[in-house]
Design a protein around this ligand. Structure first.
Ligand code: KIV
Length: 272
């Protein structure tokens, strides 16, 4: 049974802001290809994030840093072709917006023009405010991302919970306010204490979408491969696995190998 309060034929950035106003929680999942996005969109997920986590789950890199703008555009255009209802948000990858605001705008425009996506996401606050403003001035909706920001992993040195100390928590709160003032339509808060996430969600009018940020925010996002159990070496506390696809898929593939070896497959019905 759906607990949606209102039918949205097409979810827009405005719909997400309306959902916060009416108290309807926002569901967001990642997707990087057409087939997965078709399932995710068909199940009425409100927003699909073409995350740079594609660098990890699709390409097998240790971090999100290596993925390129061209690769993100390829993933995004595949997702856009499948998404009939969901808002499609695309990460601008590392190295494509931090240099200067002109480069940031060029990258955002390429994503919008070449993939047909609806919005972009960037990691950081004060440090990248000029880039964010420039993208927004071009009429491109921007989602912020604060807390654990994986593109800065070598600065943090670890994937542990962020903003547990007062100073970092204060900076996060003021960055969230700044992103709202600049005109971002939503913010992802990753891996921070639930109480801090709640305070931030209550202090801004734009939706706060959490991953490892507790239940008192305006929505949740997970990496789809993680929640379906296709990845199996990653089990942070915040992750709820709805399936164990790694084992199920491995069993199916082993069965196929056995069937080919034993000449059980194909049988007469599966032949012409
Ligand atoms: O790249 C990604 O998948 C993300 C989510 C973890 C929020 O940024």
């Amino acid at each position: 049974m759906s607990t949606a309060k209102k039918e949205y034929k097409r979810v827009t950035v405005k719909s997400l802001v309306d959902m916060k106003k009416t108290g309807e929680k926002i569901s967001m999942l990642t997707s990087y290809d057409y087939s997965m996005a078709k399932i995710v969109d068909g199940a009425n997920v409100d927003a699909i994030l073409v995350g740079d986590s594609a660098s990890n789950v699709m390409a097998g890199h240790e971090t999100t840093l290596p993925i390129t703008l061209d690769q993100m555009i390829y993933h995004a255009s595949s997702v856009v072709r499948a998404a009939k209802r969901a808002l499609v948000v695309v990460d601008i990858p590392f190295g494509s917006y931090q240099g200067d605001s002109k480069e940031a705008l060029r990258s955002a425009i390429r994503i919008m023009k070449e993939s047909g996506a609806h919005a972009v996401k960037v990691e950081g606050g004060e440090e990248i405010k000029i880039s964010i403003s420039r993208i927004l001035e071009a009429g491109i909706p921007v989602m912020g991302h604060l807390g654990l920001t994986p593109q800065s992993i070598y600065k943090f040195g670890t994937y542990t919970v962020r903003a547990k100390e007062e100073e970092e928590a204060e900076k996060l709160k003021s960055d969230a306010k700044l992103l709202e003032e600049l005109g971002c339509f939503a913010i992802v808060l990753e891996k921070i204490p639930a109480k801090l996430a709640k305070d931030v969600a209550e202090s801004v009018s734009i939706p706060i979408i959490g991953i490892g940020a507790g239940n008192h925010v305006d929505g949740q996002v997970l990496v789809v491969h993680d929640m379906l159990g296709m990845t199996h070496e990653f089990h942070p506390r915040f992750l709820r696995r709805y399936l164990n696809l790694y084992d199920e898929m491995s069993e199916a593939v082993s069965q196929y190998v056995n069937d080919v070896k034993s000449q059980d497959f194909p049988n007469d019905d599966e032949s012409y």
